[in-house]
Write a protein that binds this ligand. Structure first.
Ligand code: SF4
Length: 699
């Protein structure tokens, strides 16, 4: 025992998976014969020392033997290890050739929301300054774009949670729309459980009973894809029963009159029929939201990943604004971000239409600010590009010839995934930066080995907008490099080193601070020293004396006139959702389970997590299953208009009879995204992941 204690090493770190970013310690114990690891939670303002099964086992992927340790170049069908010099020279030649033949915009950059703020910032700068391409977007497009678009439209800005988590226990009404927090962000469930203990009415809106809906006082088992209509139903009761806040509307809101007129024209019976939610339940929730002093609404991908997801979220925000439940204690909105840096990665210029600090790439003043920070002419800055799925469509049409892909796995994560694979195969040059040879990396011409959460350095912004510093605990294995360094190395190889002369992540952060200064997501007042000392600061933090902002919109919204903007949301989406029919009689919806993260590139490497959930499943109501002669626990083929997959059936009465569910963490042959529609929300370009028509059959 004495010997083991003497060789114990403790690494302070943060979980790399979801947006809670739980703080934790990895304890390495060495004895004469073996080395072992365990992870324990570390106290911090967000997760308070709690961890879920993913965090506890995160080191299993980071320390996995399959980690990439050298650049790999594809020669024929084989990947061959090469030196960094050779890899960078190959990459520079390939990019130069593509841009000679296809122009600057022939290259594209596909970023990630699992990287640090510094890396997200560098990705945007790399695309616009080193490559001069407009084609940059990131995988958060598939995750946060609907909520971000809605919050920007109504509030004028988008921060995941408008209030710090600690306000949740004191909210009297809590609506959880399309969010399964208990499985996806389990360590923040106690905030909601505490609210319930305090007497709050908890409402879950979800076609399935989930671990989250178990705590709800009322579960609205909604028909998939009808959230916007349900919000209209709630708004109708609130407005027609006089449950709005007239002085708040008078002083701080525009557009109420138009919404009121529209709502008057809607028929409650139609809303009930469309959503499948009884009128008495709509009345109960609307009255709770309107009559109580405090209330909060949370949305996640269930509402957002639809072709009208941005409008559905906007309608939930209409409710908050009409009832004055925003900008006050325990009154507000939360988009429950999925990826670890889902918040920060969307603030610093990785989006097709944005520059750092949430600046617009089409706004002249914003363009000039960023051109000055980067030391280039404003006219050199490319204009707005297209979303990730549209970049893939362009690759399919030959309009994009090369792609620099960082920590993303689009072959599994995008809708209509078989098409995505075919499109990426048409690229003249694909480089993937990753920890493992993911399904997409296997298509690449070059794979560059990246650093894991244990080796990274940089800042992350959690779902509250709280920025924390992640410091490196270990050295990356073999020749793997920090992602920020890889981006700078590639820029140098392209002859753009003068714009990327950073020596550390902190150097990058100091430029990011200046870039964000005066913007919406203002980080100027944060330094590494302050972040270390304060254990995190919530943005905006515009000066070195500023303490950060835990609750936003207390005095004004972020639109120029300071008012929130309500707007009419129709019951019917502008892009028609796929309907069930004789050939495809069931709705398919998709989602996460607790043991896995995103496309499973990391969690499928963890023996403990795969032991718990080693394959996807088809969740189906027993009566529905019997209709199709599908026994419980047997292999079933699920087919949509785009393809089919085979997964094991799992009978449960927790799901609607017209709907089936499959989680999306598995690779090609079991990848439910092969089945999913690729129609996009016209406002934010989010694909409609959550509503597809399918049929099931026994094998
Ligand atoms: Fe915390 Fe999320 Fe990691 Fe679980 S997955 S430990 S909730 S950060």
């Amino acid at each position: 025992k004495e010997q083991r204690e003497q060789s114990e090493k403790v690494y302070d770190t943060q979980c790399p998976y979801c947006s809670v970013q739980c703080h934790m310690q990895l304890i390495e114990q060495r004895s004469v014969t073996r080395k072992s690891y365990k992870t324990i939670g570390k106290n911090n303002p967000t997760s308070k020392g709690r961890l879920c099964i993913k965090g506890i086992n995160a080191h299993q992927h980071a320390l996995h033997k399959d980690r990439l340790t050298q650049p790999l170049r594809k020669i024929g069908e084989e990947f061959v290890p090469v030196s960094w010099e050779e890899a960078l020279a190959f990459m520079a030649d390939s990019i130069t050739n593509i841009q000679k033949e296809d122009g600057h915009h022939g290259m594209s950059v596909y970023g990630s929301a699992s990287i640090t703020n510094e890396e997200a910032y560098l990705m945007g700068k790399f695309a616009r300054v080193a490559l001069k391409t407009k084609h940059i977007d990131y995988n958060g497009r598939l995750c946060m774009s609907a909520a971000a678009s809605a919050a920007s439209a109504v509030f004028g800005m988008d921060r995941g949670l408008t209030n710090a988590l600690e306000e949740i226990p004191y909210a009297e009404t809590i609506v959880l729309a399309g969010t399964n927090i208990a499985e996806c962000q389990p360590t923040i469930m106690p905030y909601f459980e505490q609210a319930k203990e305090n007497g709050a009415l908890i409402v879950a809106i979800d076609p399935r009973e989930t671990e989250t809906s178990r705590i709800a006082d009322l579960h609205m088992k909604i028909k998939p894809g009808t959230d916007a209509a349900l919000a209209n139903g709630l708004l109708k009761v609130i407005i027609e029963e006089g449950l709005v806040d007239p002085s708040f509307i008078e002083e701080r809101v525009t557009g109420f009159k138009e919404v009121k007129e529209h709502i008057a024209s809607l028929d409650e019976g139609e809303i009930v029929e469309k959503t499948g939610i009884p009128l008495k339940d709509i009345h109960r929730v609307a009255r709770a939201l309107g009559q109580k002093e405090t209330g909060m609404i949370f949305t996640a991908r269930g509402v957002e990943q639809q072709t009208d997801g941005s409008m559905a979220v906007r309608n939930f925000l209409n409710i908050l604004v009409a009832t004055g439940k925003i900008g006050k204690p325990s009154c507000g909105y939360g988009a429950i971000t999925g990826q670890s840096n889902g918040q920060g990665a969307r603030e610093h210029g990785q989006k097709a239409d944005q520059l750092p600090g949430y600046r617009s790439i089409e706004n002249d003043e914003h363009r000039t600010h960023m051109a000055n920070v980067w030391g280039i002419e404003e006219k050199e800055l490319p204009r707005k590009g297209v979303s990730v799925f549209e970049m893939i469509e362009k690759a399919d049409r030959g309009e994009i010839a090369g792609m620099f892909l960082l920590c993303s796995n689009p072959v599994v994560s995008n809708p209509n995934a078989r098409f995505v694979k075919q499109a990426l195969k048409k690229l003249k040059f694909l480089v993937a930066v990753d920890l493992f040879k993911s399904e997409t990396a296997q298509l690449a011409d070059l794979i560059l080995p990246a650093s894991s959460y244990l080796e990274d350095e940089g800042t992350m912004t959690n779902l509250e907008g709280r920025v924390t510093l992640r410091e490196a605990s270990m050295k990356a294995p073999g020749e793997a490099r920090h992602d920020w360094k890889i981006i700078c190395d590639v820029a140098r190889a392209l002859g753009k080193g003068q714009y990327f002369s950073f020596h550390s992540a902190e150097d990058v952060f100091n430029e990011l601070r200046v870039a964000s200064s005066g913007g919406i997501a203002d980080y100027y007042g944060m330094t590494y020293a302050r972040l270390r000392e304060k254990k995190g600061i919530l943005w905006p933090c515009p000066s070195l004396e500023h303490e950060g902002t835990s609750r936003i919109f207390e005095h004004a919204f972020a639109h120029p006139e300071g008012r929130a903007k309500m707007s009419v949301v129709p019951n019917e989406p502008p892009v028609k959702k796929e309907k069930t029919c004789e050939d495809y009689p069931l709705y398919l919806t998709t989602g996460r389970i607790m043991a896995h993260y995103l496309t499973g590139v990391q969690t499928r490497k963890s023996p403990s997590l795969t032991a718990r959930d080693f394959e996807p499943f088809l969740e189906i109501h027993p009566q529905t299953a019997q209709t199709y002669n599908l026994p419980d626990g047997t292999l079933a083929r699920i087919e949509s208009r785009r393809g089919s997959i085979i997964v094991r059936s799992k009978w449960t009465e927790k799901i609607r009879r017209d709907t089936v569910f499959v989680p999306f963490h598995w690779d090609e042959k079991q990848n439910v995204n092969r089945l999913v529609v690729d129609d996009l929300d016209p406002n934010c370009r989010m694909p409609g992941f959550k509503v597809s028509a399918v049929k099931v059959e026994t094998l």
